[in-house]
Design a protein around this ligand. Structure first.
Ligand SMILES: Nc1ncnc2c1ncn2[C@@H]1O[C@H](COP(=O)(O)OP(=O)(O)OP(=O)(O)O)[C@@H](O)[C@H]1O
Ligand SMILES: [Mg+2]
Length: 407
């Protein structure tokens, strides 16, 4: 740090709100005694991984639960402790954490695992490109055979994988004599019906235990947040700030990710306002910002047609008392909006498909049910996010601005 008279006064070195803002990062792993209400789940993960510390094959696991229920945290935390314990037992257990949302293809996952586990002793390299998928597998087998006694592979957000081939090949690697090193796989997903999506071949080869993480209640969220209070300077948090954050984050389902995001944003908003305390008002402002950020993340990268359909739902919602609409109604308004901004409208069938995709991504919710006596069945769609937030976020896309502004 430069000495006092050497500093550019444009910048500041003192943070009036935070001592250690990084404690409120989602990737931060709290100390074991700060992990709340997950003893049972930790025990089960430990039981599955326990054989690894003796050099034997762990039990594979699939972990499910809604967003922010501690799945990634617990898989990471337990794996780290298992590695340390194995070391005390002179066993080399290596683990790798793959975010399948980032690595969605088979080749990308294999490459990532291989380069994370590789050590000079393997005698092979893992180039970024230029070799085939089967070459990557060959090198991965070699790496597994030479670099560790046991490997634990965490596939986080496993439902984002384009297909489950990598799961099949990894779970058969021993049986097919590619690898003598035991491999344990932990798959993590927030889709409770993920196992139904697995192909039959994987269903039969991928033996595993399954584990469900329940949502937190408001008291548990308070405790989780209290354990991060020292991210803030002493006395900065108003008494009501943590309870209100927990209550807001428990509204939909008890979501620790949301709770931590809201608290961090509340601190940032307070800092931007040059306030010396974080108040309930800051927390409320942070809630809107957090929800908008999340929705933004969900729809930001979506193609224009999908955004236009989401906007259609917002428009219909504004123009009527209802919040649910059948595909036909959506299609009619969608065509009008598309023409208004000179975008070629897609067919009704394609629009139905896009609606299904957005349902899968949790941007909207779709339901197929009867339309009333003798009128057959139809698909009903509704937005899951507040219409103001939807419009606010879509307004960031210049191509749609004209439609949002016409209100
Ligand atoms: N029991 C807990 N005790 C302390 N902190 C927790 C607990 N559960 C979750 N957290 C914190 O909440 C945040 C979200 O948790 P995590 O990322 O593990 O959720 P997740 O279930 O993987 O959610 P998603 O499905 O959205 O990926 C992280 O910062 C994590 O440290
Ligand atoms: Mg996660």
């Amino acid at each position: 740090m430069p000495s006092d008279d050497n500093r550019d006064p444009l910048f500041r070195y003192d943070d009036p709100i935070f001592v250690d803002e990084d404690m409120l990062k989602i990737s931060h792993i709290p100390q074991p005694d700060r992990i709340v209400g997950r003893d049972e789940q930790m025990q089960k993960v430990v039981r599955a991984l326990n054989p690894a510390i003796m050099g034997s094959e762990p039990t594979n696991l699939l972990i499910f639960g809604k967003t922010g229920t501690g799945k990634s945290l617990i898989s990471r935390a337990v794996t780290e402790r298992m590695q340390a314990e194995a070391e005390r037992n002179d066993t080399t257990v290596e683990s790798v954490f793959i975010d399948c949302g980032e690595h969605t293809t088979e080749v990308s996952v294999v490459k990532q695992i291989a380069s994370a586990l590789n050590k000079p002793i393997s005698g092979v390299s893992v180039p970024k490109s230029g070799i085939s998928q089967s070459d990557y597998y060959e090198r991965l087998w070699r790496i597994l055979n030479t670099c560790c006694d046991v490997a634990v592979i965490i596939l986080d957000e496993i439902d984002m994988l384009a297909d489950d081939e990598v799961l099949r090949k990894l779970s058969r690697a021993g049986e097919n004599k590619h690898v003598s090193t035991p491999i344990g796989i932990i798959g993590v997903s927030n889709k409770i019906d993920y196992p139904d999506e697995l192909s039959e071949r994987v269903q039969s080869s991928f033996n595993r235990d399954e584990l469900v993480f329940p949502a937190y209640d408001a008291d548990q969220l308070i405790e989780i947040l209290e354990h991060r209070r020292d991210a803030f300077k002493e006395g900065v948090l108003d008494d009501g700030a943590i309870p209100l954050t927990a209550a807001l984050a428990a509204q939909d389902h008890g979501d620790a990710r949301k709770a931590i995001d809201i608290l961090r944003n509340a601190g940032r908003i307070a800092r931007d306002e040059e306030s010396t305390t974080v108040t309930e008002e800051h927390v409320r402002a942070a809630q809107s910002k957090t929800e908008a950020d999340r929705f933004d993340e969900l729809v930001n990268g979506a193609p224009l047609q999908a955004k236009l359909i989401i906007l259609t739902l917002a428009r219909l919602h504004r123009e009527s008392e209802q919040n649910e609409f059948v595909t036909e109604t959506i299609y009619k308004t969608y065509r009008q909006l598309a023409e208004q901004i000179d975008v070629e409208p897609r067919s009704e069938r394609r629009v139905q498909e896009i609606l299904q995709e957005q349902d899968f991504l949790n941007v909207i919710q779709s339901d197929r049910r009867g339309r009333g006596r003798g009128k057959g069945v139809a698909s009903y769609h509704r937005l899951l996010e507040d219409v103001n937030i939807v419009e606010h976020v879509l307004n960031r896309d210049g191509r749609l601005r004209e439609l949002v502004d016409t209100e």
